[in-house]
Design a protein around this ligand. Structure first.
Ligand code: NAP
Length: 355
């Protein structure tokens, strides 16, 4: 599947931010996509990318450094695939304008995630939900479309829960998060607020985790997803970790699994077959730890080039049935890498371009 093919030009909107930079970094030397355009706010437009971007990690790819930042306007940005790392204050109108102009928008913002005709997708979990794109195009008259990926903490929780939900049916889910500072963008949380500290509040995060898990683990119907019926209670915390969101889950199931059954389901899970072999797909989407002290963000966040979610500490739960811990990279699996994998799947299945 990764054989030589002409490169498709892509644009990154919000390219100067934390997620936008992760797109630029992950797309360097991508076998199918080439970053041809970068766009951001009026503060950055018209200036060289390298001059307006406070580059956070590694070396800024030379091919992108000299690009002139454009305004987020479909009249100026021509690429057929548009990765959006826009702030949610602006993502709503801008992403709709690009979709109406025939571009396929892969969005990280919250604005469209819960719209019934917008796919909210983790490819290994619910690749079939991408079929909603046809419903969206028909309903909105768009020739392009919007495909979203989830809130970064919801992504880790949904990936870890997916195999168990598929096998035993989740009924009640308690999730407490420990979320990295890079999840707040750049420059993010002031150091004097977070060093040596835990902040037990992340604005709007808990309802997003609660709702988005139900949509992603729901069942695709004729023109919408029937959300999963399990109830989720989320506690979101910001912790002094650079990269990697950790989620602790306690889950009650329709059928109580034995510990060894649950462990073998988690160990064996490889996700939707259509995703395997795509350039950004990790060989193992969930890495299952038997050790007592893993996963840990510092040690496990880059597993599978940041695309694998690590799961461990599976044990009985005295309130519900099972409890376990999952860790994954928030700006890679939880944002840019997840979007790129969605684009690869859409590209491999012939869904890029006008209907
Ligand atoms: P960020 O570092 O604050 O970057 C925001 C980007 O939006 C910048 O490129 C900025 O450009 C651009 N922008 C702001 N106002 C704009 C305007 N009026 N017009 C056009 N562009 C504008 O934020 P981030 O952490 O990368 O997050 C980006 C999006 O991804 C958000 O919707 C966030 O909720 C979501 N997300 C983030 C994570 C994560 O782990 N960080 C995970 C999942 C989803 P300028 O530099 O020109 O201001």
């Amino acid at each position: 599947m990764t054989s030589k093919r002409p490169l498709t030009k892509v644009a990154v909107l919000g390219a100067t931010g934390a997620v936008g930079q992760t797109f630029v970094r992950l797309l360097e030397n991508h076998p199918w996509f080439e970053v041809a355009e970068v766009a951001a706010s009026a503060r950055s437009a018209g200036k060289p990318y390298a001059a307006v971007t406070r580059w956070i990690e590694g070396d800024l790819p030379a091919a992108v450094a000299g690009l002139t930042v454009k305004a987020c306007d479909p009249a100026l940005v021509e690429s057929p695939i548009v990765f959006s790392a826009l702030d949610s204050n602006v993502a709503g109108d801008v992403e709709a304008a690009f979709a109406a102009a025939g571009r396929l928008v892969l969005s990280n913002a919250k604005n469209y995630r819960m719209e019934p005709d917008v796919p909210l997708v983790i490819p290994e979990v619910n690749a079939d939900h991408l079929a909603l794109l046809d419903v969206q195009r028909a309903r909105r008259g768009w020739t392009g479309g919007i495909v979203t990926n989830a809130n970064c903490a919801a992504t880790m929780a949904a990936m870890a829960l997916a195999p168990l939900h598929q096998a035993f049916g989740a009924r009640r889910v308690f999730v407490a998060t420990m979320q990295a500072v890079s999840g707040a963008g750049y420059p993010g949380v002031p150091s004097l607020d977070i060093l040596g500290n835990v902040i037990p509040y992340i604005g709007e995060e808990e309802p997003k985790i609660e709702r988005e898990m139900q949509k992603m683990l729901g069942v695709l119907g004729a023109d919408a997803v029937q959300h999963a019926s399990f109830v989720v209670s989320a506690h979101a915390n910001r912790v002094a970790v650079e990269n990697g969101h950790t989620v602790c889950l306690s889950v009650e199931f329709e059928r109580e699994p034995r510990l060894d059954e649950a462990a073998s389901v988690l160990r064996a899970w490889r996700g939707a077959p259509a995703v395997r072999g795509l350039p950004s797909a990790p060989a193992v989407p969930l890495h299952f730890f038997e050790n007592d002290d893993r996963p840990q963000p510092r040690r496990d966040v880059m597993r599978g080039r940041g695309m694998t979610v690590s799961v461990g500490r599976l044990r009985p739960d005295p309130l519900f049935h099972l409890k376990f811990v999952a860790t994954g990279h928030n700006t890679i699996r939880g944002a840019a890498g997840g979007s790129i994998l969605n684009a690869e799947l859409l590209s491999a299945t012939g869904r890029v371009g006008a209907a």
